[in-house]
Design a protein around this ligand. Structure first.
Ligand SMILES: [Ca+2]
Ligand SMILES: [Ca+2]
Length: 506
């Protein structure tokens, strides 16, 4: 917003200058006393300082540029509430719902999956007692669920203390694993699952960053994101950048053999993958939750991800070549603190499509993203923040450029301004998703309430309009005073451009 305001002021300056140069008289006295006369040079100087502030902020503080206010307006319409599984003020430990066919699957990580049909009726698909033999569910019992394109198979990531016999297991080199993420494939008839097939198990530290993003490809293989198994105040260590371990990777799992292929490395804690379409191409989008510096919105062409000649590197963890770890477009030390800025477009790494920082918040954790087929007009991708419920958007995607992160204004069904924390009555933990009809949605963990999101007409920006008009208004007032009092104008002194600032009466 400061940049936009500065541009408005600069525009006003230009108009002011043009009028001054074309001979419009300007008064410099008021009631017979010297009056300060606003000079274009002074205003231009202020404009330049304002316009430069964001850049200065990034250089000096090693933080992402602040998110910007915007005129983007999204309306929430209440659609339903998932059953509660938790006692107390927080009703669920939900992750993002999943559209399957014309239905929606509501996923509670305490171990429940519900199917909601288009009429709103709920059917219980899975409870913890339905766990396959050989599993001892614990922690986030169901980490995530995803379906294939046909909607007749579900892939479920469980957290378990045990693995079923005969299942291939990826062992963690980090030494802190005490559980397994076990991936199953189920047949799904729309309301119930059957024929559980264990595909692969990954040793995991269930109290660290556990990732859990999933997407099914057309060939039935599964993309799965693993976390770094660490906690805050770290740099991801070397495991995130190695080409062997499953930590901090996107792996592709063969559904027949359970074999895994590392297709990307250097992700920190990606909880959701979104397959999106832009200009006829398929992308994999995801938010990577940051440590101390930058939340990331990332994207990669699916074709690039699956091209085996290059393993995409998203930067997290200590790279063996230069010993540097990357968060957003910054290098960080072993304690997770930013130490310097990386060059934009750094060779060998995929930098974020967009990034945002802490600003006034002490705790930030990105959530999303969604780019639903039939939801938005001026929004390219929507995402947000778990603890505060702030909703963000980018409006375009340009490879190699950091997109501006804009704050989205929310209104309720009666067009009154609202926030996700107000709707939830506390920390909302929004989980974004796309409905089966291509519209956008968000579910709040605290209440289990979920809403449809629809972009509506942008709100006017009166403050910007006022500031744009301010220089012209000043000019009119001065001109009016001059005409009323008959005082002679002081011409702008090109040789001494600052002399007119405190112009003298003649
Ligand atoms: Ca690749
Ligand atoms: Ca990154």
């Amino acid at each position: 917003m400061p940049y936009a305001l500065a541009m408005c002021i600069a525009t006003g300056v230009a108009v002011f200058d043009m009028l001054a140069q074309s001979g419009v008289p300007r008064a410099n006295t008021y009631r017979g006393s010297p009056m300060p006369t606003l000079r274009p040079g002074y205003l231009a100087f202020v404009s330049i300082v304002l316009a430069t502030l964001p850049t200065l902020g990034m250089t000096i503080t090693l933080n992402p540029l602040p998110a910007q206010d915007s005129a983007i307006q999204v309306q929430l319409t209440y659609m339903g509430t998932m059953p509660a599984s938790l006692a107390g003020s927080v009703r669920t430990n939900a992750t993002s719902p999943v559209a399957v066919g014309s239905h929606l699957l509501l996923v509670d990580q305490t171990g429940f999956v519900y199917q909601r049909d288009v009429g709103g009726a709920l059917t219980t698909v899975f409870t913890p007692t339905d766990a396959p033999a050989g599993l001892s569910l614990m922690g986030e019992k169901i980490l995530n669920v995803v379906s294939n394109q046909a909607g007749n198979a579900l892939y479920v990531a469980f957290t378990s203390a045990t693995t079923p016999a005969g299942t291939p297991v990826s062992i963690s080199p980090r030494g802190n694993a005490s559980a397994y993420q076990v991936i199953y494939r189920y047949d799904f008839d729309g309301t119930s699952v059957s024929n559980p097939q264990p595909l692969r198990a990954f040793a995991v530290n269930p109290t660290g960053h556990t990732g859990g993003g999933m997407a099914v490809l057309d060939d039935g293989s599964l993309l799965f994101t693993t976390g770094d198994h660490g906690d805050a105040g770290e740099d991801g260590r070397s495991f995130a950048q190695d080409s062997v371990s499953h930590l901090s990777k996107i792996v592709q799992i063969n559904p027949s053999t359970g074999d895994t292929t590392i297709v990307a490395k250097g992700v920190r804690n990606v909880q959701r993958l979104a397959m999106t379409q832009h200009e006829g191409k398929t992308y994999v989008d995801f938010v990577d939750i940051g440590g101390n510096v930058a939340e990331e919105l990332n994207t990669v062409l699916l074709a690039d991800l699956l091209d085996p000649t290059r393993v995409e590197n998203f930067g997290w963890g200590r790279n063996s070549t230069d010993n540097l770890a990357r968060e957003g477009t910054f290098y960080i030390d072993a304690n997770g603190q930013a130490v310097s800025a990386a060059p934009l477009g750094e060779a060998g790494f995929l930098q974020p499509l967009a990034q945002w920082g802490r600003e006034a918040q002490s705790f930030v954790a990105g959530t999303g993203s969604i780019s639903c087929a039939d939801a938005f007009r001026n929004i390219d991708t929507l995402f947000g923040d778990l603890p505060s419920g702030t909703v963000y958007a980018i409006q375009s995607r340009n490879a190699g450029l950091l997109a501006d992160v804009r704050r989205v204004n929310l209104v309720d069904a009666t067009l009154h301004a609202t926030t996700l924390s107000a709707l939830a009555g506390g920390r909302p933990d929004p989980r974004f998703f796309c409905f089966a009809d291509g519209s956008a949605g968000v579910l709040l963990e605290r209440t289990g309430d979920f809403y449809r999101l629809a972009e509506i007409a942008s709100i006017p920006e009166p403050s910007s309009l006022l500031l744009c008009a301010l220089p012209a208004l000043l000019l009119l007032i001065q001109h009016s005073q001059h005409k009323r009092r008959g005082s002679a104008p002081v011409p702008c002194d090109a040789d001494e451009p600052w002399s007119g600032l405190w112009g003298q009466a003649r």
